[in-house]
Design a protein around this ligand. Structure first.
Ligand code: FES
Ligand SMILES: [Fe+2]
Length: 380
């Protein structure tokens, strides 16, 4: 079983590592969460041009397997091709517009048939059959396809970019070298999906992202023991391009923090945020991915993925790993429940005239940077 280790990667926390970027305390307008005009700009300018998580590669293992991504008004189908690559397309019938792939997931598909008038699509989204074709203008049908979406895989995850295969920034460029190497050390491609939790939360998706861009709240909301609070004070925060990293030493490894060889993969909780809405929370044994998918300006489909290293339950060492990991996951589910409780409190005041701005500390700099970045992107 893989044990993540820093190896020759740069130290991210500990002696000689700056713990907070040069950003400083700031304030932020409350409208970022509730302005429908802003949400529409994010939907059309950011969510259509950045890489979004769509599922696990293991969910589309064989040719003809497919899965569906739905959110912010979009329905996308991702299919495994005979050559092992992925194809993705808008699940929109080019005749009159309904979704033509009716099931959210499936396997061994060779064609998809629209249930309205029977137009037929291949697994890349090309129109390959039109009943009573002679009644149409051939020029209208020539080369017709459901618009293509870029699809790629990294870390055992399926990613999509609505900009399309020709316009999307390469996935590895969007992730950036720091995330690819540091998060890459966990070898998520060797892990398997254990569980996905789904919540319908009544707040803006960025409020959920923000909750994962700071650790200030864990003392009060999650009632962590004082040793964890002390260790969290030693965490380091990093801004890497559009994305973020944060490393929270585990209390039992605080003493090693002065070492220049501090192995954050083994001794810290390693936390990565990929803009705009993918959060990786890595423990050495298992990983949670938190994915708030916007539905509307104040409604979010919040997915929590739990992935674990694969192994044989009959192997005593793996059985021990499994027991420990499942116990920890059960505790983390409780923590997620506490976060959900806060979203409910936020929902009560999301349109309140008394909520005008947020006041952020220097250790909440990732939140400030995230919103500044978003602001820049919707103004382009
Ligand atoms: S709307 Fe799909 S075939 Fe007519
Ligand atoms: Fe939390």
């Amino acid at each position: 079983m893989h044990v993540p280790t820093r190896g020759s990667l740069p130290a991210r926390v500990g002696a000689g590592v700056q713990s907070v970027p040069d950003h400083g305390p700031s304030v932020m307008d409350a409208s970022v969460y509730r302005d429908p005009v802003r949400f529409e700009l994010e939907r059309t300018k950011v969510l259509t041009s950045h890489w979004l998580l769509a599922g696990r590669s293991e969910q589309v293992r064989e040719p003809g397997d497919w899965l569906t991504y739905e959110g912010h008004g979009e329905s996308i189908v991702i299919t495994r091709q005979p050559d092992g690559a992925l194809a993705a397309f808008h699940n929109v019938c080019q005749h009159r517009g309904p979704a033509f792939v009716t099931a959210m997931t499936g396997c061994a598909a060779r064609r998809f048939t629209c249930p309205y008038h029977g137009w037929v699509y291949d697994t890349t989204g090309r129109v390959v059959g039109v009943p009573e074709r002679e009644d149409f203008d051939p020029a209208h049908l020539d080369g017709l396809r459901a618009p293509a979406v870029a699809a790629d895989e990294w870390g055992g995850w399926v990613w999509i970019n609505l900009a399309g295969p020709d316009a999307a920034t390469p996935l590895l460029d969007a992730l950036g070298a720091d995330i690819v190497s540091d998060l890459g050390a966990f070898r998520m491609e060797d892990m398997v999906l254990h569980e996905v939790l789904e919540f319908d939360v009544p707040v803006n998706y960025k409020a959920v992202v923000d909750g994962f861009n700071e650790i200030y709240h864990v003392t009060e909301l999650h009632h962590v023991p004082p040793e964890f609070t002390k260790a969290a004070r030693c965490a380091s925060f990093h801004i890497v391009g559009d994305n973020y990293m944060c490393f929270v030493p585990k209390p039992e490894h605080l003493a090693e923090l002065e070492s220049v060889d501090y192995d954050h993969h083994q001794y810290a909780i390693c936390h990565y945020v990929v803009f705009p809405n993918t959060v990786f929370n890595c423990n050495p044994e298992h990983i949670q991915v938190f994915q708030p998918i916007p539905i509307g300006v104040d409604r979010t489909r919040f997915l929590c993925w739990e992935i674990v290293y694969a192994g044989d339950q009959n192997d005593p060492q793996y059985a021990k790993y499994w027991k420990k990991t499942m116990l920890h996951w059960a505790g983390l589910k409780h923590v997620v429940g506490e976060d959900i409780g806060i979203y409910e409190q936020m929902a009560r005041t999301k349109n309140s005239s008394g909520f005008r701005q947020q006041v952020l500390s220097e250790r909440e700099c990732k939140i400030a940077h995230y919103h500044e970045n978003m602001d820049r992107k919707i103004r382009i």
